[in-house]
Design a protein around this ligand. Structure first.
Ligand code: HAM
Length: 410
């Protein structure tokens, strides 16, 4: 038997209905903030992803050569594609641009629960605003979306400047390594690394930085830095808006394009893969041939949100099974159409089952049976049976439709 590729999933109708329900809640919420949907291709030129991150990232990407010999990649994330699109199509549009996307990404990862090779992101890019208010809007929106999805989570907010300030004497390669250790909270690894490059004294200050939970603690480690006011302002806006976030200046983020504020969200009920959201302020447009446009954004890991929500019961649509004898078969189409036109889900028998077998099937799959026999055909009625109570009555078709339609939530 053929199997689906490793790290991918199939979604049966129950799961798709759950996913679409959460997606609808996110779409509704993001629209209230003025964000509009964009869509980019599923594959791009590989260079789009290596320009900033270097060739090292290719090992984590589904990269391939197409039939024309071009180096291509399935998108591992959507920020770079969106900024490419911005430069190609929208750089003269009034700023800031508020865009969102809901789409799948591909990463060549070792699969486990919450980590897949094909996964969906619900992401936001706020392009062309470089103020504490813009950073704060992105973080408050991230929090609002997680609430709309129904996922309680802890948002950690940081900024790259303090970390970069402490690491300013390291060459770029060593700085990137130290930041990667910090990001993973691997202090033993960090200590070993700093010792190896003759900077053991930095370890203690970096530990203090990662453990700072107030701005006073932070600036006690770094002293005055040029970004101090900006960080204070952003935190003040979050505070005044009642966001209970954790200040965390140990966040370095895995992707290389971030420049300032960074933030991540964690769902406490998940295991190792508990990061449900990541983002920050970044600059990418200038790499793709545009101006150096400041942007800020984030992406929710949609699949992790679904894991966090668990198997919540579905609210099912009201369903009518149209059951008919041989004489009623032709009219079944018309009866089903009348229900559908009033927003009710209606299904007819397609397997030539007798009436008893159709009713047995309806008992498993529907809320009502609309029965059409010889008498109903002759009188233009249907017998409407409530399959929960067992009550049934012969009524004109419009009355049957009106009775069931009244139960459909609007
Ligand atoms: P990221 O942190 O790499 O950021 O991914 C965002 C979220 O996608 C993660 O927090 C996680 O929930 C989810 N995610 C990542 N990898 C996987 C995977 N293999 N399986 C399931 N879920 C996964 C970005 O991608 C940035 N583009 C976010 C951004 C937007 N920054 C600025 N704008």
């Amino acid at each position: 038997m053929l199997q689906r590729p490793r790290g991918t999933r199939d979604f049966l109708p129950d799961e798709m209905e759950r996913r679409r329900g959460v997606e609808a809640a996110l779409r509704d919420r993001v629209a209230r903030w003025g964000y509009r949907e964009v869509c980019t291709p599923e594959f791009e030129e590989l260079e789009l992803f290596t320009l900033r991150s270097g060739a090292g990232i290719v090992g984590e990407i589904y990269a391939f050569e197409d039939k024309g010999g071009r180096q291509m990649a399935l998108r591992p994330e959507i920020t770079a594609p969106v900024l490419r699109m911005f430069v190609n199509e929208a750089k003269v549009q009034p700023r800031p641009l508020r865009w969102f996307y809901f789409a799948d990404c591909f990463r060549y990862e070792r699969p486990q629960k919450g980590r897949y090779r094909q996964f969906w992101q619900f992401g936001v890019e706020l392009i062309g605003a470089d103020t504490p208010r813009a950073d704060a809007e992105a973080i408050l929106l991230a929090d609002d979306l997680l609430r709309a999805a129904g996922v309680p989570s802890d948002i950690h907010v940081g900024h790259l400047a303090p970390m970069k300030h402490l690491l300013r004497d390291l060459d770029p390669g060593a700085r990137a390594k130290a930041m990667a250790f910090l990001d993973k909270r691997d202090f033993d690894g960090l200590g070993g690394f700093l010792g190896g490059i003759g900077k053991p004294d930095l370890e203690g200050r970096l530990r203090d930085l990662a453990h700072a939970r107030t701005l006073d603690e932070l600036f006690a480690v770094t002293g005055d830095i040029p970004e101090k006011e900006r960080i204070e302002k952003t935190v003040e806006i979050l505070d005044k808006n009642g966001l209970a976030c954790t200040l965390d200046f140990g966040i370095a983020r895995g992707l290389d394009y971030y420049t300032g504020t960074v933030f991540e969200g964690f769902a406490p009920n998940l295991g190792a893969e508990n990061q449900v959201l990541g983002g920050g302020a970044y600059r990418l447009a200038h790499l793709f041939g545009g101006d150096d446009v400041p942007s800020c954004g984030f992406a929710l890991g949609f699949d992790r949100i679904m894991v966090s929500l668990g198997e919540k019961p579905l609210s099912r649509p009201v369903r009518v099974a149209v059951c008919s004898t041989e004489e009623g078969r032709m009219r079944a189409f018309e009866v089903a159409r009348a229900f559908r036109e009033q927003g009710v889900c209606a299904e007819i028998d397609l397997l030539d089952r007798n009436l008893g077998a159709q009713m047995a099937h309806a008992a498993k799959s529907a809320d009502y049976a609309a029965i059409i026999g010889k008498r109903e055909v002759e009188t233009g009625t249907v017998t409407l049976k409530d399959l929960r109570s067992g009550d049934q009555k012969a009524v004109p078709l419009p009355d049957a439709v009106a009775e069931v339609a009244a139960r459909v939530p609007r």
